[in-house]
Structure formats: C-alpha cells, structure tokens
Design a protein around this ligand. Structure first.
Ligand code: BES
Ligand code: ZN
Ligand code: ZN
Length: 499
C-alpha cells in the first residue's frame, strides 16, 4: 500500500472512500469534518442531531452523499472522549476504517489525521500512528486462500495546514517502515508450523542481511562447540536440528556498545515428552513470536537508521517428542556451566533462552539486554491479552521500557523478581530446575532467566498473552500482533536520543 501525505482540502480529494472524524459529544462539527459536512448538505450534523451517530470510540457512520465531495462513500469515525484520546487511538481507528474499505473494495482511501487539532496530538506523532495503523490493518495472511483478501492500494492522509503537513510527512514515513517490519514478523508467526521449522526461520532471518545488517546462523556442530546444552537438548527430538540465529545491525559510531535483543524461537511447541493436550496445540506455532519480534525490531531499527548497535540473538528449535527427545529428569549442562534439572520438557523456552542470554553476554558484552518470549501460560492468567509481563534486574532499564510502553501504546506491566522466589527453582540434583511449582509461574520463569543475565542490565518481556489475538480487539485483528516490536523500537529511538 502506498501511503502519502497530501497538503490540501479533503473535500475535493478523489478517492473511493473519504474519512473524517468526530469526538464524542460534538454537536457542531468543525475543521475538516465541518467542511465536509457543509459540502454534503449537513448530512453529518443531521445524523448527530437525530442521534444516529454519537462519535463514540470506534463507532462509524457510513454515508453515500451522492455529490458534494470527491468520493462516492463518506465515513465518519468516532474518536470517543477527547480527554481519553492518545496517539495509539489514532492507530486503533485505522482498523475500523480499513475494514470498511475492504468491505466496499475501495482501492483509494483518503483520511484526515485523527487526533491533531482538537485532539491535541502532535502532528508528527499522529501521522506515524495513522500510517502504522493503516499498514497493520491492510494486512492479511492469505497464502493458503484461493481467493485473496482485498487490499487497499493507496492511503492518502490529507492535512489542510501546509506547515503541519510538512511536519507530518516525516512521521508518516516512519510509521510505514515500522508497520512493514511488524507485518514481516506477522507473516513468520502466522506461517503453519511445517513451513516454519528452525531452518526456515533461519532462512527468513538471512533475508535481513544487507547494508548495515549481517546475519550468521550457527548450526548443530557450532552449538556443540559452544556447549549450548539447553538449546541442543530441546532441539534433540526434532528431525530438524536447532539453529542459533545472530543478526547484527551496526548503526552506531565506532565504539558504541551493543544492545542485545534475545527472542524465543520455538517454531512449534508440542511440549515434548511432557506432551501438551491436543486442544489449542495448534496455537503453539506462535511460540517463535519473540524471536520473530526481535528480528523485526532489528529490521525496523535498520530501516529507520537508528544510530545504535543492535544484535538480535534467536535460538530456533522445534520441541518434539521422539526416541531422541530429552526427558523429564535429565540434567542439562548449559552454556554458562550452570546445570539444570528438567522437570517438564514443556518449560523449554527458558532452556533455550538461558544459552542465548549467555551467548549474547559473552560475545557482545551488551550495555543492555532484553529478551522477549511467549514463555508462560501463567502470564495469560495474570495479565490476559491486554498487557505483556515485564521483569528485570535493572530498575533503570525497566523504567525506560515502561516509558517506551506508554509512548508506543503497547502495554507492559511489571512483576517483581524478589529473591524469595529463588527457593522455588532450586534443584536438589543440580543448580536450577526448570519449573517453579504451581505459584507465580511467570515470575519463576523470569527469575530463572535472571540467573543467566548476571551483571548485564537485563529485562524480560513475557508476551504469551499478547503475541496473537483470538479475536479482534484493541485495534488488533485476530492472529499475530507483532508484539513487542513497537515497544522496542520506541525504546531504541529513545535510547539513541539519550533517554
Ligand atoms: N509456550 C509455552 C507457554 C505458552 C502457553 C505461551 C500458552 C502462550 C500461550 C511454554 O513453553 C510452556 O509450555 N510453558 C509451561 C510452563 C510450565 C510447564 C511450567 C506453561 O505455561 O504451562
Ligand atoms: Zn512449552
Ligand atoms: Zn513454549
């Protein structure tokens, strides 16, 4: 989809669908909405007066004015209460708009910026979120459909004020690049598990190489040399051996320290010998969402030219039961030298991440390290599909991630890593065990990883509840969301600005 910023009057803009907006409680529309209302003979104010349309958040009024504007269809989108409106709402309304556009097979959509002016959102920021929402909402995974989904080919973002339009163009471009990186991740995550085994994930990662990005894939032999006992054990049950994917983006000046992003890349999680029940097991094709997200964050950082050095480390494995699979009771010697007693082969994420964290620490001595993983079902119980879990060993890093979360609209909520939780993961036969018993499952998983992060400032994002959606919600279509790319790109942008 082409996304363009055009300075001028939306009334005369030629399109298949024209979109303006309204805050809840507005009686007499002003600005662009007022101008369009006048051009169509007061059809919008009449709908408001008759109570057909209130401007509630996400509410849509569809009109066929016949004449007066450059489009056959006119949509007024509700922005809800002015006091509650944030930049992320500008993204969310785009899903309603694009859904309507797809329904009427519109090729060209012209919209105003939702939230500038009356809404008080900065035009650069608003343009970024509108473009991002447009790109994300035009996405469909239709590889296996004979009839392909309709896609909008041009999104015109129309701004009357020339100065504002000039400013907004920069934000728009960034939103497009970010959205494209996220959709790239969504394609990987949505792929059926037979199409996305460790070799396929490595191949996809290699497409990122070029410019300032290099990608190295370590195979089984190298993992053996590195003594990656965790990754090797989890991967042992599959016909496709594990990989360790390492993508480097050198956007920083010489001597800039690394930021390490570690992502769980379990291409399918059957649970292994501790086999999961059949119901919902198909969802475990999403278990590489953290890995795809970290690669996509690096892709976005490169596309945006963020002046930092970023390394993404993704252990890719398929967790399968077989005659060669690892077992409950096994004791693994991890890359760090620490031994881990396996009590469930289904708590496999931490077993591969601990080696990836050690690898990142030893090879890159990163200034900061963040991991993302669909790590625990307990996180879905605790936070649902609204917020991801956030934990960390470094208060400053956690606080920066909280700020990035607020600014990006991708919600994250902190859980504590009190020392007392360590009790639950102490092993009798080795140093650690890979499950912490019934209580505080998200925290004990996080605590396990902390043991491998050592002195490196580290934070962990448990994205089990937010990596995909069962149903459309919060401006996300059903399927993979691309979390936590938006949060992390925001964090990187802030870090490059010294914040
Ligand atoms: N990939 C799962 C976690 C998961 C569950 C993600 C549901 C998304 C939705 C992980 O590998 C797992 O199986 N965790 C176990 C850990 C337990 C055995 C300690 C879990 O959460 O049940
Ligand atoms: Zn598992
Ligand atoms: Zn898993």
């Amino acid at each position: 989809m082409k996304v363009e910023l055009v300075a001028g009057d939306i009334v005369r803009r030629k399109a298949d669908l024209l979109v303006v907006n309204l805050f809840e409680g507005t009686v007499k529309p002003g600005g662009a909405t007022g101008a369009v209302d006048a051009a169509v003979g007061g059809a919008i104010s009449a709908a408001i007066a008759d109570g057909d349309f209130k401007g509630e958040f996400g509410e849509a009024l569809m009109l066929r004015p016949g004449k007066g504007i450059g489009a056959p269809r006119l949509m007024v989108i509700g922005l809800g209460k002015k006091e509650k409106f944030t930049a992320d709402h500008s993204r969310q309304v785009m899903l309603t708009i694009l859904r309507a556009a797809k329904k009427c097979k519109a090729k060209t959509v012209a919209t105003v910026l939702h939230g500038v002016g009356e809404g008080g959102i900065d035009p650069v920021l608003c343009a970024r979120f509108v473009a991002l929402g447009g790109i994300l909402s035009n996405y469909d995974y239709d590889l296996y459909k004979a009839e392909k989904a309709h896609r909008v080919s041009t999104l015109l973002v129309v701004e009357n004020d020339r100065n504002r339009a000039a400013l907004a163009a920069g934000g728009l471009k960034k939103g497009v690049l970010l959205g494209e990186a996220i959709n790239w991740a969504r394609d990987l995550v949505a792929a059926p598990p037979a199409d996305m085994r460790p070799d396929a994930l490595a191949k996809a990662a290699k497409t990122l190489a070029g410019g300032k990005v290099t990608v190295t894939v370590h195979g089984k032999k190298e993992l053996e040399k590195m003594k990656a006992g965790g990754i090797l054990a989890v991967g042992r049950g599959s016909e496709i051996p594990p990989r360790l994917i390492v993508a480097e983006y050198r956007g920083g000046k010489k001597g800039t320290p690394w930021i390490a992003l570690v992502g769980k890349g379990v291409t399918f999680d059957t649970g292994g010998i501790s086999l999961k029940k059949w119901e919902g097991m198909d969802r475990m094709k999403y278990d590489m969402a953290g890995g795809a997200g970290m690669l996509a964050t690096l892709k976005a950082a490169a596309a945006l030219g963020i002046p930092l050095n970023v390394v993404a480390v993704v252990p890719a494995v398929e967790n399968m039961p077989s005659g060669t699979a690892f077992r409950p009771g096994d004791v693994l010697r991890t890359m760090s030298g620490k031994t881990v007693e396996v009590l469930s082969t289904d708590a496999e994420g931490r077993l591969i991440l601990c080696d990836a964290i050690t690898f990142a620490r030893e090879r890159y001595s990163p200034a900061e390290m963040i991991d993302a993983a669909t790590l625990t079902g307990a996180c879905v119980v605790a936070l649902g599909s609204v917020a991801m879990g956030l934990m960390g060993s470094d208060a400053n890093l956690v606080s920066k991630l909280r700020d990035a979360s607020a600014a990006s609209g991708e919600k994250a909520w902190e859980l504590p890593l009190h020392e007392e939780y360590f009790e639950q993961i102490k092993s009798d036969i080795g140093e650690l065990k890979n499950i912490g018993g019934g209580e505080a499952g998200t925290i004990t998983a996080g605590y396990f990883l902390k043991e491998f992060a050592g002195e490196t400032p580290w934070a962990h994002l448990d994205i089990a509840g937010v990596a995909w959606r069962e149903k459309e919600r919060m401006g996300y279509a059903a399927g993979p969301t691309g979390a936590p790319v938006r949060l992390l790109v925001e964090y990187l942008e802030r870090a490059s600005a010294g914040r």
